[in-house]
Design a protein around this ligand. Structure first.
Ligand SMILES: Nc1ncnc2c1ncn2[C@@H]1O[C@H](COP(=O)(O)OP(=O)(O)OP(=O)(O)O)[C@@H](O)[C@H]1O
Length: 338
């Protein structure tokens, strides 16, 4: 739905121009949640502002459904911006209730009362705050306020929802609530969602696709469940459980292998089946399980013993497990076995 092509943006700085974005190219598939991740200062907010059409790039193009947004006259620019919902944290009006805050953009657009009530009611339901409709922001928790901000961004039925650091300053419950709302916006309203964050947990919980920004450049991008199976992926390294097996546990086995397994079937069945099929003892000596969205993903350090250990590993790799055998020689070499 959104294509960003060769985007470049600089700002004047004390020691010369700051290159906030350099030749950034990115596809945000329709109906996806795409996470833009990267450390502080990597350019996430700049990219979000450009995609929101709040600022102009020095060069490059942003397309919505193939439509080039550069060079739009002010009227068309306003129309294009209406297709984008920007979550503005901290922008709630204190003198308006939760419902009143969500309704504000509709009032400004001249939408009549019954339609407003219907729309706001549906969004309060989506964010799980129907019972707080008449509460003022000060009576809401920060997490609830953040959910109201998402509802307000959704009230104009935007095709694209943009959230820059949506879990900033929230506790774990507050953050989980906001992420659930972003997920529901995609699932129930069909919104395409772009989330900028430096929190790997946000990406793990809701993103389908991810782009990693570093120093204003995209260093990695793609489908999250594919990236976690790529041993060179920095995104995978930040999302998968760490391998922290004690040396003694490693020493007891003929073979050591790091495996990444994706999905219920692989995580639940591959290791027991390999054990019984090849008469190989397979022990998990490190790593653990996590979830990417709803999908279980395991990264284990396996210790294998038995004459068919290599065959068992090859069999696991043939069934989609990503296997890296660790040769436990003096150099600790890691060799790909798949
Ligand atoms: N308006 C501006 N004027 C000058 N420099 C800017 C401006 N906006 C951003 N920058 C600089 O551009 C670079 C990218 O900033 P940006 O805010 O996009 O990064 P970020 O990844 O969102 O960081 P954070 O996670 O801290 O918000 C930084 O070096 C920043 O200081």
């Amino acid at each position: 739905m959104i294509t960003v092509e060769n985007l470049t943006k600089s700002f004047p700085g004390d020691g010369g121009p700051v290159h906030a974005l350099q030749d950034v190219t990115l596809d945000v598939p329709a109906g996806s949640i795409t996470g833009v991740v990267g450390p502080a200062g990597s350019g996430k907010s700049t990219l979000a502002r450009l995609v929101a059409l709040q600022d102009r790039p020095d060069s490059g193009v942003i397309r919505f459904d193939g439509f080039n947004t550069s060079g739009l006259d002010p009227r068309r620019l306003r129309a294009a911006r209406r297709r984008i919902g920007v979550v503005q944290r901290g922008g709630l009006l204190e003198q308006r209730t939760a419902a009143g805050n969500i309704a504000l953009p509709l009032e400004q657009a001249g939408v009549d009362g019954p339609q407003r009530r219907e729309k706001v009611g549906r969004l309060l339901d989506l964010i799980g705050l129907t019972d707080k409709a008449a509460h003022y922001p000060e009576a809401l928790t920060p997490g609830q306020q953040a959910r109201v901000a998402v509802a307000r961004a959704l009230v104009g039925d935007p095709g694209l929802l943009l959230a820059d650091d949506p879990t900033r300053d929230l506790d774990a419950d507050g953050a989980a609530g906001v992420l659930t709302v972003l997920d529901r916006a995609r699932a129930e309203l069909g919104a395409t969602v772009l989330v900028a964050t430096d929190d790997a947990g946000v990406v793990r919980r809701i993103a389908d696709d991810v782009a990693l920004l570093d120093g204003g450049r995209i260093t990695e991008a793609g489908h999250l469940l594919s990236l976690v199976q790529d041993p060179r992926s920095a995104v995978a390294q930040s999302l998968l459980p760490e391998i922290d097996a004690p040396k003694a546990a490693k020493a007891r086995h003929d073979r050591l292998a790091e495996v990444v397994l994706v999905g219920f079937a692989a995580v639940g069945a591959l290791l027991p089946e390999a054990t019984s099929r090849f008469g190989t003892t397979i022990s998990v000596v490190g790593g653990g399980l996590t979830r990417i969205g709803e999908t279980p993903v395991a990264r284990f350090l396996l210790g294998l013993s038995g004459t068919q250990a290599d065959t068992a590993l090859t069999w696991i790799a043939e069934r989609g497990g990503q296997v890296q055998q660790r040769r436990t020689g003096p150099q600790g070499l890691v060799a790909a076995c798949a």
